[in-house]
Design a protein around this ligand. Structure first.
Ligand SMILES: Cc1cc2nc3c(=O)[nH]c(=O)nc-3n(C[C@H](O)[C@H](O)[C@H](O)COP(=O)(O)OP(=O)(O)OC[C@H]3O[C@@H](n4cnc5c(N)ncnc54)[C@H](O)[C@@H]3O)c2cc1C
Length: 360
């Protein structure tokens, strides 16, 4: 056996679990697919977004791992991440970055499979969060595409394609357009949505209209579908093709119009899916509404253990609710589980305490 516990994800839940494991003297490895700790939060927060120490109504205002509590005074996500990073550095936690968990086998012990290796552990904690980006479902998906706007300046002097007709897409379009307009940059922000109707709030629509009237260089592509990403050999770069129009020329011939953008100039704001599909793939029991695959919520015991002994799920991955199995598995009840840093930290610490108290 390599480790007492392997933790997947270095968000607040995973960092809390690995900190607790270190405190209790358990051997642990944390696997994080991002470049750094709290990668999930960094990826989903626009620059400058404040982080608050939100606590569920019925809980005490104490964080199970105090250094993970955001200060009461306003702090940006970037500064919060910086502060937590310092603490993690001092604790010398074992975290592998840029390594993706792909699955596990249970045969007495648990063999964890990743993009790089296999590790054997007695316990596995899934702290994978809820922010699993939706696939674009195009041929050649594998290359990563930006999911939000991190450094707007990086897009100056470039024609940008923003995909996704919701509020998130509209926000990115406006931020880019405003910056380009203020800097006298005449490149275009293309905004594409699969259907004819965009899906944004009234206030967002008003702000967008104002941006266009002020001279924002925004072109709207309705009914536009991304279809493939491929390497353009003549230009030597990977590009994404989006279909903008189509005409039937005969019984079996279609004339298709499209636009091609360098992949690095594309931002796909197409939302997130919950981890249910991943749980199902891993053989973790979920309760499904109706017959809709991938929409279920995890069924856990009082210690957040799944139906597979030694495998736990915590934090955002089991928010906003999970099903608690009680009375020897006979009864089920739905438990509210708000998606806060507080909850993820509490789960991470308590699961590790449970593992410690029940070690062989
Ligand atoms: C815009 C925004 C603002 C928010 N503001 C607040 C706030 O002010 N206060 C508050 O309390 N909460 C806030 N939240 C919620 C908070 O971010 C979450 O509750 C918290 O991040 C959950 O922690 P977690 O560790 O469970 O998951 P995450 O933070 O999502 O971490 C999961 C980690 O797992 C990694 N991962 C996923 N899959 C794999 C894999 N297969 N292999 C390896 N690694 C993997 C991800 O890269 C990620 O780093 C906010 C959320 C958002 C989106």
């Amino acid at each position: 056996m390599d480790y007492d516990v392997i933790i997947i994800g270095a968000g607040p839940g995973g960092v809390a679990a690995s900190t607790k494991a270190k405190e209790l003297g358990l051997t642990s490895l944390t696997i994080e697919k991002g470049d750094d700790i709290l990668a999930g939060m960094t990826a989903s927060s626009p620059p400058g977004k404040s982080v608050y120490p939100s606590v569920p109504k019925d809980s005490k205002n104490e964080f199970a791992i105090p250094f993970l509590k955001p200060p009461e005074d306003k702090i940006s996500t970037e500064d919060y991440v910086k502060k937590v990073k310092e603490e993690v550095k001092n604790r010398e936690l074992k975290i592998n970055f840029r390594e993706e968990f792909t699955g596990f086998k249970k045969d007495g012990l648990i063999t964890v499979q990743t993009s790089r290796d296999e590790y054997v552990a007695e316990n596995l904690v899934l702290a994978i969060g809820s922010s699993i980006p939706r696939d674009l479902s195009i041929y050649g998906e594998a290359t990563p595409i930006a999911r939000t706007l991190h450094r707007p300046e990086d897009y100056l002097g470039k024609n940008v394609l923003v995909i996704g007709g919701g509020n998130a897409g509209a926000g990115v379009v406006m931020s880019l357009s405003k910056l380009k307009r203020e800097r006298g940059d005449s490149t275009v922000v293309y905004w594409a949505h699969r259907s004819e109707r965009f899906n944004i709030d009234r206030e967002v629509a008003r702000d967008l209209g104002e941006e266009i009237l002020l001279g924002g260089n925004i072109r709207i592509l309705q009914g536009a579908r991304p279809i493939l990403s491929e390497v353009d050999k003549s230009l030597g770069e990977r590009r994404l093709m989006i279909r903008t129009d189509e005409h039937l020329m005969g019984d079996d011939v279609k004339l298709t119009y499209g636009m091609c953008f360098p992949l690095e100039n594309v931002i796909a704001c197409i939302g997130f899916k919950g981890p249910a599909a991943i749980f199902e793939k891993l053989g973790i029991e979920v309760m499904v509404h109706g017959n809709r695959k991938g929409t279920g919520i995890a069924i856990l015991d009082d210690n957040l253990q799944t139906n597979i002994e030694g495998v736990y799920a915590i934090g955002g991955a089991i928010s906003p609710s999970y099903i608690r199995r009680t009375m020897g598995g006979k009864h089920h009840e739905k438990v509210r589980h708000p998606n806060f840093i507080y909850t993820a930290v509490r789960d991470g610490a308590s699961v590790i305490e449970h593992i410690y108290n029940n070690r062989r």
